[in-house]
Design a protein around this ligand. Structure first.
Ligand SMILES: Nc1ncnc2c1ncn2[C@@H]1O[C@H](COP(=O)(O)OP(=O)(O)O)[C@@H](O)[C@H]1O
Ligand SMILES: [Mg+2]
Length: 356
């Protein structure tokens, strides 16, 4: 494939090329047949972390990754285009380098041009997508296998057993509701991630946000957990979407209930935060979260060691959704926990400016 020839004078051509190279997303590096750097555009300088005095220096001295110098050498020697992937020592950055010879058509190769494309982001997205599909399949396999087993047991005679049949059918119902919960959370998450989350903010009194939490009181009672709230009298109203924030608070309290053994306590507090914010916390006396896991719990599908879970009904999506919703409001969510002592989730949101 060939392009169109550049129709301009030579000094103007240099100026044009420099301007274009300066704006290219790809790095462009030109190395002479003496192994010295002749040119690097800004993207190449950033990608390779070239020192400021790299021009005129030998490439092997200017760049720590010797594979790049080898690529240039191969290209010079073979007078043919070649490519290789450069991965930095931490394994966190991937750069695709393509080298092609210059001047070879009419004589010996005098320079090699290297085009560098940073593929880190692309790789990360690929791996996120792979994990995502893997996780969904894994999460669906468990309830599907359970349903399959229950149906087989019913078919093999349990259907005729007046005591067993209703029990199995209600178990199937539970598995189905777990799957439908997961599907609706996934849809919500994908709507959020594709930028379709519409938050309609209005001043909402904290007590209104905690109405959703109150609905969990029967569950807390059933699990023999004390559920109480402490709302500071000077708490401003929150500038938020009441339904969505109510859901977030409900999810946090539901988690606290799930991960706190009987006899424990769950406290929801509200009060003024820093810089015109409202601070809400959900504090429990449960199993807590190991320090190395605290960073990860807001990732989708992330769940701590299953053996510590009292019931396996969670999807691991609740906190991922909570983080998105809170951040869409310009707020923050964080966790603090001492394993075996409990966890505290803190949500900070913009306060509504007082009307009077
Ligand atoms: N209050 C809590 N105490 C201990 N662990 C928690 C608490 N809240 C969340 N976690 C951990 O974070 C994980 C992710 O929570 P979440 O996203 O709400 O998913 P799910 O509730 O579906 O498991 C939970 O599976 C649990 O391991
Ligand atoms: Mg949850």
């Amino acid at each position: 494939m060939t392009g169109l020839p550049l129709q301009t004078s030579i000094p103007r051509a240099t100026e044009l090329l420099e301007a274009v190279c300066g704006h290219l997303e790809e790095g462009l590096l030109i190395v002479g047949d003496d192994g010295c750097v002749r040119f690097a555009n800004p993207a190449a300088t950033t990608t390779l972390q070239l020192p400021a005095d790299a021009a005129g220096r030998r490439l092997v001295h200017a760049v720590s990754d010797h594979r790049l110098a080898m690529l240039v050498e191969t290209c010079l020697g073979s007078a043919a285009e070649c490519a290789r992937e450069l991965v930095d020592a931490s394994g966190e950055r991937y750069v695709m380098a393509r080298a092609f010879p210059l001047g070879g058509a009419h004589g010996p190769v005098t320079e090699v041009a290297v085009v560098l494309r940073d593929e880190t982001q692309l790789r990360r997205l690929e791996s996120v997508r792979r994990d995502f599909v893997g996780n969904i399949s894994h999460e669906l396999r468990t309830p599907i296998a359970a349903i399959q087993l229950l149906v087989e047991t019913l078919q093999e005679g349990a259907l005729a057993d007046p005591e067993m049949a209703p029990m199995f059918v209600s178990r199937i119902g539970l598995e189905v509701s777990h799957m439908s919960q997961m599907v609706s959370e996934l849809l919500e998450l994908s709507a959020i991630e594709s930028g379709q989350l519409s938050v309609r903010v209005a001043p909402v009194p904290v007590t209104e946000l905690l109405v959703a939490v109150e609905r969990l009181r029967p569950l807390a009672d059933e699990r023999q957990l004390e559920l109480r709230d402490e709302i500071a009298p000077d708490t401003p109203s929150v500038l938020c979407d009441a339904t969505r924030l109510g859901q977030v608070m409900r999810n946090l309290v539901h988690n606290a209930i799930k991960f706190t053994p009987a006899g424990g306590r769950i406290t929801v507090t509200a009060g003024p935060g820093d810089e015109g914010r409202v601070r809400l916390t959900v504090c429990d006396t449960g199993v807590g979260i190991a320090p190395e896991d605290q960073r990860r719990i807001f990732e989708r599908f992330w769940k701590a060691d299953r053996s510590r879970q009292r019931d396996g009904e969670g999807t691991g999506l609740g906190l991922a959704i909570a983080r998105h919703v809170v951040e869409a409001h310009g707020g923050r969510i964080a966790v603090d926990s001492v394993p075996d002592e409990g966890a505290t989730f803190t949500v900070e949101l913009p306060a509504a400016v007082d009307a009077n």
